[in-house]
Design a protein around this ligand. Structure first.
Ligand SMILES: Nc1ncnc2c1ncn2[C@@H]1O[C@H](COP(=O)(O)OS(=O)(=O)O)[C@@H](OP(=O)(O)O)[C@H]1O
Ligand SMILES: Nc1ncnc2c1ncn2[C@@H]1O[C@H](COP(=O)(O)OP(=O)(O)O)[C@@H](O)[C@H]1O
Length: 199
């Protein structure tokens, strides 16, 4: 069956109605950065803040999604593109359902992040650059992957033997080499003030 045979079915309950009931906007916080830069740490810290303050929210994390939905994908350029395409579709569904979704994927290619932005309603895709020098990420090496990448045990490792295209004009930049998680969460809450206000 081709896509031409599939007809979009409008939902009985709109995103706007869900947002009104939740009393806040639905949007995606798209964290991007090198492995070990702090994407998961920050996505979970801000999610804790959202949850504790009555927002409906959820985290989509690279490691976890790759265990399930995307367990057929590796780290070739083609697979990473498909990984991000699927994640952005899932993120869109969460926004449709009225949630604030924080995604924590390296998402190394600028074009893929741009496509993800295009899939979301205007102003509902917030690109957050988790900015941390490669040397710091490598010194942290929380999973021992940089060591393996340097020894050649892991091929095509982002930042070492595969590219990372840093955002040129991100909506928000958080430095994790010099600022604590608490400081960065505070910064995020300030920058998101308009979206977090009751709708
Ligand atoms: N070759 C290679 N390159 C980069 N990362 C690797 C690789 N192999 C395994 N890992 C682990 O997988 C996590 C990255 O998955 P992502 O889905 O975020 O990657 S991507 O967006 O598709 O590039 C990444 O997680 P984070 O460290 O949380 O970023 C790594 O733990
Ligand atoms: N300021 C900071 N912000 C975020 N993570 C930090 C910071 N300082 C140290 N870390 C540590 O760096 C590591 C980042 O790992 P993680 O959040 O899994 O990154 P990523 O998801 O980008 O791979 C964690 O062990 C975290 O405790």
């Amino acid at each position: 069956m081709s896509n031409a045979d599939i007809v979009w079915h409008d939902a009985a309950v709109s995103q706007t109605e869900r947002e009104r009931k939740n009393n806040h906007s639905a949007f995606v916080l798209w964290f991007t950065g090198l492995s070990g830069s702090g994407k998961s740490t920050l996505a979970n810290a801000i999610d804790r803040y959202f949850h504790d303050h009555g927002y409906r929210s959820y985290v989509l994390d690279g490691d976890n999604v790759r265990h399930g939905l995307n367990n057929d994908l590796g780290f070739s350029e083609e697979d990473r593109v498909e990984n991000i395409r699927r994640i952005s579709e899932v993120a869109r569904l969460f926004v449709d359902a009225g949630h604030i979704v924080s995604t924590a994927f390296i998402s190394p290619y600028a074009d893929d992040r741009a496509r993800a932005r295009e899939r979301l309603p205007d102003g509902r895709f917030i690109e957050v650059f988790v900015d941390c020098p490669l040397e710091t990420c490598e010194a942290r090496d929380p999973k021992g992957l940089y060591k393996k990448a340097r020894s050649g045990e892991i091929p095509s490792f982002t930042g070492i033997s595969a590219p990372y295209e840093a955002p040129v004009d991100p909506d928000i930049t958080l430095q994790t080499g010099t600022r604590s998680t608490e400081e960065n969460v505070h910064e995020l809450v300030e920058q998101l003030e308009d979206l977090l206000r009751p709708s």
